[in-house]
Design a protein around this ligand. Structure first.
Ligand SMILES: [Ca+2]
Ligand SMILES: [Ca+2]
Ligand SMILES: [Ca+2]
Length: 357
């Protein structure tokens, strides 16, 4: 009997503290879009136990130990880990907690990937291990409450290459923080977890990239960024282990690590429509009116097809650009009168009125 018990304990330990429990996601069947997100909200809210703020450091023993890169069981800190070799510095669990810092490698503390100020330091958001991760205190301070983004010219760079600077990702130009490529998907999935777990409250919270809705949750540029990072840096073993350990610790899971395709099933419909709309946002026709029977059409994205109609709806000209890189098209030999110019780019089209004198 004692032997059996030992075997049982052994099996339990090896098999994991917890894979996805049987039936955990059953209620998502057949759902997509924001309906799916709401189903996930209910699932991951149900079992969530607030383990308190101090206990996070205990949680990190299993959620954020480096058994993947240096395999030395030190704190896995996304802001100082060098995935390709030795780290610039490292922290042992339980030692050198902040405290004051004068630079990197002074001490480590708890980084809220979704900033605490955004939800008024409320609970259980403040203690939620799915988005509160260990990090170097100084880098944590450098990031502050900045949104994540992509940076070309840096105002500051951490020793592992995390960057700060004006955002160059389309749709946002203010100061942002860019983690290293290895952790972009990890962080994106944490942010999307947060948007899902707190969807019933988040529309009233205040942080830069929030758009005030409980459906899309974040501004379009930020969704575009997170989806991009999610697709380019896919789920790996370290995230699966982190998710399983977090489940053991606080009783709920990050669904986007368990089923990565849910990210696009929920947010991509909004992504594609918006990108398409944006493709014709900067279209311009000039001169208008024109007195030379010609007009130049200019766009930020390639123009694929142009159709010209009379006011009565008769098609006057159909012009397909042979050069798909063409962002500038000259239409000639236009008849006099008021014309409707239909411009197509990708899935979307726009109609402009042109006066030919
Ligand atoms: Ca390491
Ligand atoms: Ca390393
Ligand atoms: Ca990763």
């Amino acid at each position: 009997m004692k032997h059996l018990l030992h075997i049982f304990i052994l099996l339990f330990t090896i098999n994991g503290f917890s894979q996805i429990p049987l039936g955990y996601y059953d209620s998502t069947a057949g759902k997509t879009g924001y309906v799916l997100k709401t189903a996930l909200n209910k699932i991951i809210t149900a079992g969530h136990i607030d383990r308190g703020y101090g206990n996070l450091y205990t949680g990190y023993l299993t959620t954020d130990s480096d058994k993947f890169y240096d395999n030395d069981s030190t704190v896995l800190d996304m802001y100082s880990e060098n995935p390709a070799g030795a780290d610039p510095y490292f922290y042992n669990h339980g030692s050198r907690r902040c405290g004051n810092y004068t630079g990197e490698n002074s001490c480590h503390n708890r980084e809220h990937l979704f900033p605490q100020s955004g939800f008024g330091r409320g609970y259980p958001m403040r203690t939620d291990i799915h988005h509160v991760v260990p990090s170097d205190g100084y880098v944590n301070g450098q990031r502050g409450s900045l949104p994540f983004g992509e940076v070309t010219s840096t105002t500051w760079t951490s020793q592992n290459g995390s960057k700060k600077g004006p955002c160059t990702f389309p749709g946002y130009a203010n100061l942002v923080f860019e983690p290293i490529d290895e952790f972009k998907g990890d962080i994106a999935r944490c942010m999307l977890y947060f948007a899902t777990r707190y969807e019933t409250q988040i529309s009233s919270w205040g942080w830069g990239p929030l758009n005030g809705t409980s459906t899309q949750v974040y501004d379009q540029w930020f969704i575009n960024l997170l989806v991009k990072w999610h697709l380019q840096d896919t789920v790996n073993q370290r995230e699966i282990v982190r998710n399983n350990s977090s489940y053991t610790y606080q009783g709920n899971r990050n669904p986007y690590i368990d089923s990565p395709q849910w990210v696009t099933q929920i947010w991509t419909s909004t992504l594609s429509s918006s990108v398409e709309e944006n493709k014709l946002a900067s279209i311009s026709l000039f001169p208008n009116p024109t007195n030379s029977n010609s007009v130049t059409i200019k766009n930020e994205y390639p123009i694929e097809n142009i159709e010209v109609f009379s006011m009565l709806g008769a098609k006057v000209i159909s012009h397909s650009t042979t050069d798909f890189g063409s962002k500038r098209v000259l239409l000639t030999d236009l008849p006099k009168g008021v014309l409707l110019i239909k411009i197509n780019s990708g899935e979307s089209s726009v109609v402009k009125k042109l006066v030919v004198q």
